[in-house]
Ligand binder design. Sequence first.
Ligand code: CP
Length: 396
Amino acid sequence: MDLTAYERRLSRPTRIKLPEFQRNGRLKHVIFADQFDRPMLENLDTLSNMVRELARDRETQLFLRDLLPHKRAMLYFTQASTRTFLSFTAACQLLGMPIAEIRDPSVSSEYKGESPFDSMRMFSSYFDLVVMRTAAAGFAEACAYLMNDLDEFNERHVPVVNGGSGADEHPTQALLDIHTIQRCFEFASERDSSKRTRFDDYRKTYPDLTRGLDSKVYGFCGDIGRGRTVHSLATLLALYSDVQMHFVSPPDDRMRLPGPMRESLSAKGVKVFEHDSLADIVENVDLLYMTRIQWEHDKDNSGRSGPAAVDPNFVLTPELADRMKSYAPILHPFPRNAEIPFEVDHNSRAMYFREARNGMWVRAALLAHLFDVDGLIVSHHREVFSHYHDYNTGSK
Ligand code: CP
C-alpha cells in the first residue's frame, strides 16, 4: 500500500488530527479510539441499549428500519473478518440501509492495477458511507483525508469508518467492548428487587466493589504488541479514574506492550504493570481481556503454531477461570485459537459471545449518530417505553 501522499499528515500526533475527523461537535469519520470521550461513550451506551430494546418487536423494529433506507453503505473488507463484517451488515439492516461489499480485491478492478484510493473514490460516488477493514496500518486514516480533501473541493465525500486497520487500531471493537463492560459493571439483573440486588450480593464478598468502570483492575493477555483491539480498548479505559492495567504477553518484543503505549497510558494516570504469566493476575483483576497470538502479522505466518501460540502461560484454563473474582467478566474480541478452551464457555464469567452480539447494537447506534438520526431513536424510545415500570426503584 503506497501511502506516500499522506505521509506528512499520518505522522502527526493524534491530538492534532482529531478535529479533522469531527463536524459540528459530532463524528465525521471514525478512525481512532482517541476520538471518543466519556460523555460520547455514555451516549453511545444509552443509544445502543435503546436500539436493542426497539429491535425486540416487529413494530418498533420497523421504526428502526425506516430511519436510513435512503442511505447506502459500502463494506470494503480486504482483510479477513467474521464479526465486524457481519455485525456492520446486521446494523445496516436494522436501520434499513442497503449494503454492498468487496472482500476480495482480486475480483475488483484493483486486480487490474487500480489504486485503492481510486476504489475509495468510486465507493463514495455510489454509496453514502464506507466501512473498511484493511491489513495496512494508516490506510483508513488516509482514506478519511482523501474524503476531507474532496469536501474542500466541494466534491462528493462520505464518512469513513475504520473496521480494523493493520496492528494499530480497531475503534468500533473498543466501543462494543466498553458497552459490554458498562453492562457488566452495572451489576443489574431483572431478578433484582428494591430489597436485594446482585450488586449487594457481590458486595458481601467484595466490600470495595463499586458500580461502573472507574476504580477497576483490568487484565489483558496475549499478543499485546500487535493486538489492535487491546490498543483501542486500553485507550478508552484510560478515560476512567483510578484504573490499573495488567498486561500479560509472551517474552517477544513484537508481542509485548509497546513503549509509546505504556508512556501514553501512564501519562493519563493509568497504573501499568507487565507480567509473563496469566496465573500471576487472574485472582486480582476485575475484568480479563484475552487475545490470541496475531500470527498473520508474521511474514511467514510462523507464529500460528509457534511457541507463544501454545504456551500455557497465556491460556485461560477452566481452573484459572474459576480462580477469578466471581463477578469478573472474561472478554475476547475473537477469533480465538487455543487461549480459551471451549470448557470455559460455560463459566458464568464468560461474556465473549454477548460481547460479539453487542457489536450489532453498538454499530447501529454509531451509524445512527453518523447520519444524525440518533435523536429520533431517543424520542421514539421515550414514547414507546415511558409507561414501563422500573423494577428496581418501584417508580415509573
Ligand atoms: N473482533 C473482530 O474484529 O472479529 P473479526 O476479525 O471476525 O471481525
